[in-house]
Design a protein. Structure first.
Ligand SMILES: [Zn+2]
Length: 124
């Protein structure tokens, strides 16, 4: 399961809307507690070129930082299913995808490294 506050989710949606129709990519900072990945902070990937697409971010060049639990990126198409490219570039524990129109909890999905869909608990 993935837990995230309503406020953080709103920030992601706002960022995704700002970059639309390009892709937003952010790192998720947080911690894993039992079976729950708790997202507590958003981090702009240092080498990301804004809007160039998820696969264009050279995650392998990032310093190893164990507080990064995964990534989130936007799908301007609105489709919440990860692409093969997405699943080949999972960084951390979870891959979160937000889809157009970036409005509410039906516009977000999260997956583990195997591509299995995880439950998202939005709190606050
Ligand atoms: Zn994608």
């Amino acid at each position: 399961m993935v837990s995230i506050s309503k406020e953080l989710l709103k920030e992601i949606f706002e960022g995704a809307r700002r970059l639309y129709p390009k892709e937003l990519i952010l790192l998720l900072r947080g911690e894993k507690d039992m079976n729950t990945v708790k997202v507590s902070e958003l981090v702009v990937p240092p080498l990301a070129t804004r809007g160039r697409g998820f696969a264009a971010v050279p995650f392998y060049m990032l310093p190893i930082d164990f507080s990064i639990v995964g990534t989130v990126h936007s799908h301007p198409s609105g489709n919440l299913t990860p692409s093969t490219t997405d699943l080949n570039h999972v960084f951390g524990l979870i891959l979160m995808i937000v889809g157009f129109p970036f409005m509410d909890e039906t516009n977000v999905a999260a997956y583990n490294r195997k591509g299995e869909k995880l439950k998202i608990f939005v709190n606050g």
